[in-house]
Structures are given as structure tokens and as C-alpha cells.
Ligand binder design. Structure first.
Ligand code: SF4
Length: 257
């Protein structure tokens, strides 16, 4: 069963083992997922199934700016200072048409109220053909986490249910991101499996290609159950550790979550 969507533009802060006190930003609709991928493993369920569920009403730039200022000043006054702000939310945040200006405003509010907090981003790497998205990621995010978890275009298409032809554009888009964390989720499914020896070997070739851009590699398997029809299952601890060993042997910093 997929989990419920975030019901606001800001959520938390909550205590996170990974980031300390962590505040989430959702610049997306609150009544349905909005994403350009339809991942088998998505914790919010299938994208297409959600398209009929709500109106996909995006918050406006001024509404987001006001929400940042109001909530950040409230948290600062309460001395509840986040260590980390992560832009993610109900789908793909870079789909917001004002992503660049939203990111600039978020950074300015952070500087005013808790300059010690880092700003992260969970990004599906699909919109790097937009210059404003590239400018935002390079300019305002301390640790953009970019999705890269396939060796071949065929596996990318099967796992994320998009045309295989978009894989090449995704790879050339990543060339434009100066420094990024690689976020990679591995899973088994009869509909698409990126954990085979061939997929992992070719994926490591991509990592080596982007070596100068990569801060570290973060490995995941399924944490929350996706839609039943995905028939997706998680990798064992040993399988994930074996992939991590291969990444590490190639000279990358790697973390398993
Ligand atoms: S990119 Fe993220 S939000 Fe979009 S479908 Fe995949 S897992 Fe879900």
C-alpha cells in the first residue's frame, strides 16, 4: 500500500538519523502526485493512477515565498532550527515552473533565519534540458541528490515507465550539474530489475563517466511498499552490500540506507 501524500508545502521539522533536524519543502500539489516518471517502486503509487485524483494545482511563487518567511521566522523564534532543508514533496520538484525563483527565495529565507542549515534536493534528473533548472541546482543546493540507477535505456524505460529514448537526454543533462550525490534505488520485479550483473556493471560505467561530478553514491532498496501491481521486492542486505562493495572498489564514497 502506498503512503499518503504530504498535505502541505512545508512539513516537519522532524528528527532524522541522516540529517539531524530536517524540514521538508513540497512545491507541488497537495492532492495528487505530479511527476514525469512513473516508477514501479514509488511510495506514492503509480503516477498515472494519480492523474485523475486531483487538480494538480501548484502553489504560486508568492505563496511559497510567504510560506517560507512565515514558517522560518516562527521556527527561529521558537529556536527550533533545522540542520537541513530538503526540497522533495509529492513528486518531482523541478516541475514547478518557477523552480529557479523558488530555490532563490528558499535560499534567501534560509540565510535570514537559519544560515547554518544546508539545502538538499531529491531530483529525478529528467528536466536538465531546462536551463533554469540547471541554474537553480548549481546555484542554490548544497547537496542535490540526482537519480541515476540504471545501466541500460531498456531498464530505465521498464522501471520508470517512460520511453527509452529519454535516457540519453537524462545522461547528457547530468553533465551540466557541477556536483551531485547519486541516488540509486535497486529492486527486483518481473517488470524491471536494475540489480542484475549486467545492469550494475553498466551503471558503474556511468558512475565512472561522471566521476568528477559525484560527491558520493547513496544506495537504497524498497523502504515503503509501492503499488501491488509493481510486484517489486527489496534486495537483501547482502545483495545491497555487494553492490556497495563494487562501487567502493571503483573509488567512490558509498552509503547504504
Ligand atoms: S521520481 Fe520519485 S516521485 Fe516520481 S515516480 Fe519516481 S519515486 Fe515517485
Amino acid at each position: 500500500m502506498p503512503i499518503p501524500l504530504q498535505d502541505g508545502w512545508l512539513y516537519g521539522p522532524v528528527d532524522s538519523r541522516r540529517y539531524g533536524r530536517s524540514l521538508g519543502v513540497n512545491p507541488l500539489p497537495v492532492d495528487r502526485k505530479l511527476c514525469s516518471l512513473d516508477c514501479l517502486y514509488c511510495q506514492y503509487g503509480f503516477t498515472k493512477a494519480q492523474e485523475a485524483a486531483g487538480r494538480a494545482e501548484l502553489p504560486g511563487l508568492d505563496e511559497l515565498k510567504a510560506a517560507f518567511e512565515q514558517e522560518f521566522s516562527r521556527l527561529a523564534a521558537a529556536n527550533d532550527l533545522p540542520d537541513r532543508i530538503t526540497v522533495a514533496g509529492n513528486g518531482e520538484p523541478s516541475l514547478h515552473p518557477d523552480f529557479l525563483e523558488m530555490s532563490r527565495a528558499l535560499c534567501a529565507s534560509r540565510d535570514r533565519h537559519f544560515p547554518g542549515a544546508s539545502i538538499g534536493l531529491l531530483c529525478n534528473s529528467m528536466h536538465l534540458n531546462r536551463q533554469d533548472v540547471v541554474e537553480a541546482i548549481n546555484g542554490f543546493y548544497d547537496e542535490p541528490a540526482m537519480k541515476l540507477e540504471w545501466g541500460t535505456a531498456e531498464c530505465f524505460a521498464a522501471m520508470n515507465r517512460v520511453p527509452a529514448s529519454r535516457f540519453k537526454a537524462l545522461l547528457s543533462g547530468l553533465e551540466k550539474i557541477n556536483r551531485f550525490v547519486v541516488q540509486s534505488l535497486f529492486m527486483h520485479s518481473p517488470h524491471g530489475d536494475n540489480s542484475t550483473n549486467q545492469e550494475v556493471s553498466l551503471w558503474i560505467e556511468h558512475l565512472n563517466h561522471f566521476r568528477e561530478h559525484i560527491v558520493r553514491v547513496e544506495l537504497y532498496s524498497l523502504d515503503r511498499p509501492p503499488a501491488d501491481a509493481a510486484e517489486a521486492t527489496r534486495l537483501s542486505v547482502e545483495e545491497l552490500a555487494s553492490i556497495a562493495d563494487r562501487v567502493s572498489a571503483n573509488g567512490f564514497e558509498v552509503e547504504i540506507y
